[in-house]
Design a protein around this ligand. Structure first.
Ligand code: FES
Length: 92
């Protein structure tokens, strides 16, 4: 069972393989910025993620670029968790 480690909140979550990162965080009571409800459009849910995750699809890369995200940002709504990861975001 992979873990999502959130140092800023001193939290570690055990999650099912294939869980969506944004949904896991919301279910844990953490706020995740969004105006597209997880459709990969707004880029507000962007985070820095350490650990292996699915590579970004073309539309995620387009969204990150269009919304002028920083190098290394990923959209939490597009992340499927398969291994332990550590996440950071500016607004926590
Ligand atoms: S919630 Fe909008 S891109 Fe992830």
């Amino acid at each position: 069972m992979p873990k999502v480690i959130i140092p800023q909140k001193n939290m570690t979550l055990d999650v099912e393989v294939g869980s969506n990162l944004m949904q896991v965080l919301l279910q844990a009571g953490l706020p995740v910025a969004s105006s597209c409800d997880g459709d990969g459009i707004c880029s507000m849910c962007r985070m820095k993620i350490s650990g292996d995750v699915n590579p970004p699809e073309l539309y995620e890369m387009d969204s990150l670029k269009r919304n002028k995200c920083e190098e290394g940002d990923r959209l939490s709504c597009q992340i499927s968790i398969t291994q332990d990861i550590t996440v950071h975001t500016k607004y926590w």
